[in-house]
Design a protein around this ligand. Structure first.
Ligand code: MLT
Ligand code: ZN
Length: 478
């Protein structure tokens, strides 16, 4: 068995920094196994020599969970070559895929058979199934289909003890003791290596309708969410909120992507400093295009009547719908262009979001006048990407390199206090400090700060039971 191995420092560089450029490490080598047997061999060799293993998929994670430390003593196990579609069972509506298959690959396989793999997020072209499951990724369709965990029926894992657990069952019901699958999902590579999965597929919708909506306030967006849920029921497949400050960098750095904002009102100088908020709503129907469209248009009409909606347009073509989505998906790319930010990924009961946002906009302005709150995300799931950027006047006029250095300085100086301010407010409302991005190394210490001793002790005993040598992704999660 000859396993592809990269040891040349220059060749390893692209794999050693996380997508956001926040964490950089140096592995001893990078292994690229092409089969479960090869992963198994690597794990056994590492165990024999006590070499820690950091597993990596498409390296699109947002919490530094797949980046090695800088000790040059960890092996980076990149699964991108373990990427076959093993089988599809049309009658059972399941697909069995290897961990390195990309999300897009799986979506396309499903589509080619008139089915849908509903997990969806911007990094679909590179994010791998193994990574999506290891982080229990969310994305934009959670409101209808749930997160990655919900679509996973079975797993194959190379365990930390160096064995292969073959749990590739395509069952929707299986109450035979502890759910090992659920233990590995979301464990961020700390308990073993997911090498393959059985995923559930859904019927492909016959019609889809996308709307771009302006609302005056977050509380009106939430009222519209309730109204839309009432009207659409299970037809509602996305409800995404975008604050003006989240969209402003898209207009600044990628003006050609302005899509629905390409009009008079939004093209003046600094158009998006305060209100309105924007909401992208998608409905999909198993019946027809007209069904998806009528349902959404009716709920928007009601929203207008109740003065929840300032303005709304439904996409009249696939291209227009794509331009709505594109604008939403460019937020993260535009933020990266602006410079480093304090990245937060919070979940709250939907009933607490409005008072949380009100309290935070005041408290943050008081803590650091001018700080920009880029608030966007999956309002329908109670998940906000509550990112904080340096005051605009700190960065204006600076060339890119200096702008980024200044923004990095802002993060280094203000992250501990501002993050704590927000997270305290989240936790006091029964929320979570990581809704969908995982803990990785970015939020490990925050989680330890907020979790109860009982919860931490339970997590540590799971880790100790499954990975007693502590070789799997040390320094992450716990
Ligand atoms: C998103 O919803 O766009 C992603 O979770 C990415 C991000 O938070 O930057
Ligand atoms: Zn998100």
């Amino acid at each position: 068995m000859k396993i592809d191995l990269l040891t040349d420092p220059a060749g390893m560089v692209p794999y050693c920094t996380d997508w956001r450029g926040r964490f950089t490490g140096q592995p001893i080598a990078i292994a690229f196994p092409k089969s479960t047997a090869e992963v198994h061999a690597v794990v056994r060799a590492c165990r024999a020599h006590r070499i820690p293993i950091v597993t990596q998929g498409g390296n699109t994670g947002l919490s530094g969970g797949a980046t090695p430390d800088s000790s040059a003593s960890q092996l980076l196990l990149n699964l991108s070559k373990l990427n076959h579609i093993r089988s599809i069972d049309l009658e059972n509506a399941t697909i069995t895929v290897e961990a390195g298959a990309t999300l897009e690959q799986v979506q396309q396989q499903a589509k080619a058979r008139g089915l849908l793999f509903p997990v969806d997020l911007t990094a679909r072209g590179s994010a791998t199934i193994g990574g999506l499951l290891a982080t229990n990724a969310g994305g934009t369709a959670v409101i209808r289909y749930g997160n990655a965990r919900r679509q996973c029926l079975g797993l194959e894992v190379v365990t930390a003890s160096g064995e292969i657990w073959s749990g590739l069952r395509g069952l929707r019901k299986d109450n035979t003791g502890y759910d090992l699958r659920d233990l590995y999902i979301g464990s961020e590579g700390t308990l073993g290596v997911i090498t393959a999965a059985v995923l559930a597929l859904e019927p492909a919708p016959k019609g889809l309708c996308t709307a771009w909506v302006e609302v005056e306030t977050i509380s009106k967006a939430i009222a519209l969410l309730q109204e839309t849920k009432q009207q659409l029921g299970s037809l509602l497949t996305a409800f995404e909120l975008m604050s003006p400050t989240a969209l402003a960098p898209v207009l600044e750095y990628f003006p050609e992507q302005a899509g629905p904002l390409r009009n008079e009102r939004f093209s003046k100088n600094t158009p998006l400093q305060s209100g309105p908020y924007f909401v992208l709503i998608e409905s999909s129907s198993q019946v027809s295009q007209a069904h998806a469209q009528e349902g959404l248009e009716q709920s928007l009409a009601k929203g207008l009547e109740q003065e929840l909606v300032l303005d709304a347009s439904t996409a009249q073509s696939l291209a227009q719908a794509e331009s709505f989505w594109h604008l939403r998906e460019q937020i993260t790319m535009a933020a990266a262009e602006d410079g480093p930010q304090i990245k937060l990924d919070v979940a709250l009961p939907i009933s607490r979001i409005d008072d949380f946002c009100k309290e935070m906009s005041q408290a943050l302005e008081q803590a650091l006048p001018g700080v920009r709150l880029s608030n966007f995300g999956h309002l329908g799931d109670g998940n906000l990407h509550f990112n904080l950027a340096a005051p605009k006047e700190w960065l204006t006029g600076l060339p890119r390199i200096e702008r980024h250095a200044k923004a990095k300085g802002f993060v280094e100086e203000h992250e501990p206090s501002l993050r704590r301010l927000v997270h305290d407010a989240v936790m006091s409302r029964g929320g979570s400090i990581s809704a969908e991005h995982g803990l990785g190394q970015l939020r490990r210490d925050e989680a330890a700060h907020y979790k109860s001793p009982v919860e931490l002790a339970l997590m540590r005993s799971i880790k100790q039971a499954l990975d007693p040598m502590g070789l799997f992704n040390p320094g992450k999660v716990l």
